[in-house]
Design a protein around this ligand. Structure first.
Ligand code: CMC
Length: 456
């Protein structure tokens, strides 16, 4: 280990913080000195933006045949895989910004389509840009009739997320030019199509689960208004969405639009890095979002609230959580170690929606869970707070949606974030095919054993 002069032996010295250690002036101030105690050799690694490059570790070898040092980071807990200018999160302070704009301001003053533009193009649109963008999205909302046939082929009780994964992937077969990912015009078209068509497919999954005829888009309505129409229109000539629900849905869409390098976005980036078309890359994102630890958590929260059943059973349920028997779904986050700012905004939306729909009776249980958990040592010491999924399911249920639709409601707006991240990734010259390393732990050089000679 490196001697630091005080008798302490440190393998690694951060020269930004250790007085007297920086030997190379200004450059040395931004380096990390590492001593490999296997060889006694010392290396100086540059620190840039608070990181060292994992590939810089490869020069640290015990001999010419040594592969070189790697970093081991299961679940990517401390590895930055890209540079991104899209979404900023400060998990300790509970800050979330899209392209530098605080989420609270966007939720209060913007619209989802404007936010989608902001995420994708990097700046708020002018009036003309917004009109042109809205026009493009509105005119791509219809899907090929065969898409309907694909969806009709699913079982009557197919999970809507399973249908969404498959149908988003299937879109690539309708737009083979989407493979030309180096062509800016082709990328632009797939962007319009994905943002326009995912709500149509999402609404069809709901109609399918209800055995109802699919409703075509109504291009006179707003983005959330049209979605409500495709969900709920029956025999009326024109569906008129409740303005409060339309507004609430738009805010929910804004809050879910992007969240930097989460599991589904990482899936989109990793699959996109193979240079496959964006429909296939986004299908991977939808699949990742389906999981109960990610976008499927809103569904899991509702199941949990139903299972708890009554407010007086909350303490007993939380005892089970503390004993490690189960998780409190809708709580905790890899990045937020304080209140998720989206969860705060969603509570406000819940109030607005419940004024129209009536209060979801499960709200009482959710509030009691939050109240007790926030005062409880288990949750305080682990910094576990409600996340975006804790209250969203209650709202969707009050709107009349079945649980299986909740993650679909997350996927619609996240499509904008996935595309923004995919576009950024595609333009990033530092990126190549994503290919992590492994630490092999299995046997080597075994001789093949014929089946008759094998024993258990
Ligand atoms: N209930 C009970 N304990 C929890 C929970 C929870 N929801 N979340 C984390 N913990 C505990 C965990 O057991 C661990 O305890 P210990 O140190 O004693 O082993 C500690 O808190 C740290 O948790 P972790 O598992 O290291 O955290 P992670 O970053 O790997 O996982 C998470 C993050 C979101 C997957 C996890 O908090 C979780 O499973 N939450 C419930 C599912 C959920 O609500 N997901 C939605 C996430 S937000 C929206 C989205 O991305 O879709």
């Amino acid at each position: 280990m490196a001697e630091d002069g005080s008798g302490n032996r440190n393998a690694v010295t951060d020269n930004r913080t250790t007085e007297g250690t920086a030997r190379n002036g200004a450059a040395g101030d931004h380096t990390l000195t590492v001593t490999d105690n296997r060889t006694g050799q010392t290396y100086e690694l540059p620190i840039e933006d608070g990181t060292i490059r994992a590939t810089d570790l490869r020069q640290i070898k015990t001999g010419p045949d040594d592969f070189g040092l790697m970093s081991y980071d299961p679940a990517f807990v401390n590895t930055a895989a890209c540079r991104s200018a899209i979404t900023y999160i400060d998990g300790d302070k509970g800050i979330l910004q899209y392209r530098g704009y605080p989420i609270e301001q966007l939720a209060e003053r913007s619209t989802f389509l404007e936010v989608a533009y902001l995420l994708i193009y990097g700046a708020l649109p002018t009036r003309e840009q917004l009109d042109a963008w809205r026009d493009q999205i509105t005119h791509h909302t219809f899907v090929h009739e065969n898409v309907k046939d694909i969806m009709r082929a699913f079982r009557h009780d197919a999970h809507p997320m399973g249908m969404l994964v498959s149908t988003v992937g299937a879109l690539s077969t309708f737009y083979p030019e989407a493979k030309q990912i180096q062509d800016a015009a082709a990328r632009e078209y797939q962007t319009y199509r994905l943002i326009a068509k995912v709500p149509t497919i999402a609404a069809f999954t709901y109609r399918h689960s209800r055995g109802l005829p699919y409703v075509y888009p109504d291009n006179d309505l707003s983005y959330p208004g049209n979605f409500l129409s495709m969900l709920f229109k029956m025999s009326e000539a024109k569906y008129r969405p409740d303005p409060a629900l339309e507004q609430a849905l738009d805010v929910l869409f804004i809050l879910h639009a992007d969240h930097e390098q989460n599991a589904s976005t990482s899936a989109v980036r990793a699959v996109g890095a193979t240079e496959v078309d964006p429909y296939s890359a986004l299908a991977a994102g939808v699949a990742a979002l389906y999981g109960p630890l990610h976008g499927g958590a809103n569904e899991a929260v509702l199941k949990m609230l139903r299972e708890i059943g009554t407010k007086d059973r909350v303490p007993e349920f939380l005892k089970g959580v503390e004993a490690g028997e189960r998780k409190l779904m809708g709580f905790g986050h890899r990045v937020y170690k304080s209140y998720d700012p989206r969860a705060k905004a969603i509570k406000q939306v819940a109030d607005d929606v419940f004024q129209v729909t009536g209060v979801n009776p499960l709200l009482e249980i959710a509030l009691e869970l939050e109240r007790i958990a926030l005062e409880d040592d288990y949750f305080i010491t682990r910094k576990l707070y409600p996340n975006v999924d804790f209250y969203s399911g209650l709202i969707y249920e009050a709107m009349g949606l079945p649980m299986g639709m909740f993650p679909v409601m997350f996927a619609i707006p996240r499509t904008a974030g996935w595309i923004a991240q995919w576009l950024e990734h595609t333009a990033d010259e530092e990126q190549r095919i994503a290919r992590p390393r492994q630490l092999y732990t299995g046997p080597l050089d075994l001789d093949y054993v014929p089946i008759e000679q094998r024993t258990k």
